[in-house]
Design a protein around this ligand. Structure first.
Ligand code: GLN
Length: 319
């Protein structure tokens, strides 16, 4: 079994020339990404960092933010309120699926699709929009261990073109599933999607979830320990949109992707893994990222239900 760092370098060489997929274009600003960007990062729960490629290249976090906003909303409102407004059921639908609110409850199906994420973000506490934004940014800073910035051009780009997301918010308002001030909720959602990260940051965030909410480098408790389970569960069942089932089958660890090309995945108790490559498939998942995760999972037996190699194989690779 290969040691991790050389294996990451091997994967980088193997997949760097894969040119399938497209840049996300429905948010105009995302078309400015470079198709060649490609990074792979692993951060362990004891704070060791491995990586290859463009791990320092900043990009907007997009949908990966949904996991962390869900954590903050849970801390603010508790499980009962969240479950009343947003379900935990996978849809098999695309991330921007418009009309599928649950027929009986009128809830969006889960917090990882856009409708559920907008409803979730609207539940974050704060006296006014600035107060809410500051709490959201403070939350990201706890995970990242450094200051965060919002990319204004991406925020404005999505704010002025995100009609589909706006329509979802109106529909949820119609069913009383979201508070009146939907413009502020949408702004906060677009802001959370425009938070700048790099691939290594994402691996640190994933490692924090692997470490029961404790940031492995700073030691800060970024998320109440109890809620880690909630986040990992919805990641496992809903994190990869209409590829969630196939991901669970092939890779078998909780994950979340975003249309800017990031994917995070969590090896519980051991490490956070992130990939970044902006060419995405029709489901909105990074093409090179999918390949890297399948290879990593196979090589090190990461699949949660794969006991054939024994659960210690990945730990050995980290030695
Ligand atoms: N901000 C994007 C949107 O709402 C996020 C989508 C994504 O990354 N899948 O459409």
């Amino acid at each position: 079994m290969p040691a991790l760092q050389p294996f990451l370098e091997d994967l980088y060489d193997r997949y760097r020339d894969v040119s399938e997929g497209q840049l996300a274009s429905y948010i105009p600003e995302l078309t400015k990404a470079n198709k060649d960007w490609f990074g792979i990062s692993v951060v362990t729960t004891d704070g060791r960092i491995f990586g290859v490629g463009d791990v320092d290249q900043p990009f907007t976090i997009q949908s990966i933010s949904k996991v962390f906003a869900y954590g903050l909303a849970l801390e603010d409102r508790g499980r009962a309120v969240l479950l009343d407004k947003v379900g935990v059921e996978p849809t098999g639908d695309p991330f921007n699926s418009l009309i599928r609110l649950d027929e009986d409850s009128k809830r969006p199906f889960n917090p990882m699709i856009n409708a559920g994420a907008i409803a979730t973000t609207s539940l974050i506490n704060g006296a006014d929009p600035t107060g809410k934004l500051n709490r959201l940014l403070a939350m990201f800073e706890r995970y990242l261990g450094h200051d965060v910035v919002i990319d204004m051009p991406t925020f404005m780009s999505e704010r002025s073109t995100g009609h589909r997301n706006r329509a979802m918010a109106h529909l949820m308002l119609n069913f009383d599933m979201i508070a009146q001030d939907i413009d502020s909720a949408l702004d906060l959602y677009f802001q959370q999607c425009s938070v700048m990260v790099n691939c290594q940051d994402l691996a640190v965030m994933a490692a924090t979830l692997a470490n029961q909410g404790r940031q492995p480098i700073t030691g800060a408790q970024a998320l109440e320990r109890d809620y880690t389970r909630d986040l990992l569960s919805v990641m496992y069942t809903c994190g990869m949109y209409n590829r969630a089932g196939e991901w669970a089958y092939r890779v078998g660890i909780p994950a979340k992707s975003g249309v800017s090309g990031g994917i995070i995945a969590v090896v519980p108790g051991k490490a956070g893994i992130a990939t970044f490559s902006p060419l995405i498939d029709k489901n909105g998942n990074s093409v090179r990222g999918l390949k890297v995760f399948e290879a990593l999972s196979q090589e090190y037996g990461l699949h949660l239900f794969d006991l054939s190699m024994g659960r210690c194989v990945f730990t050995e690779a980290l030695e």
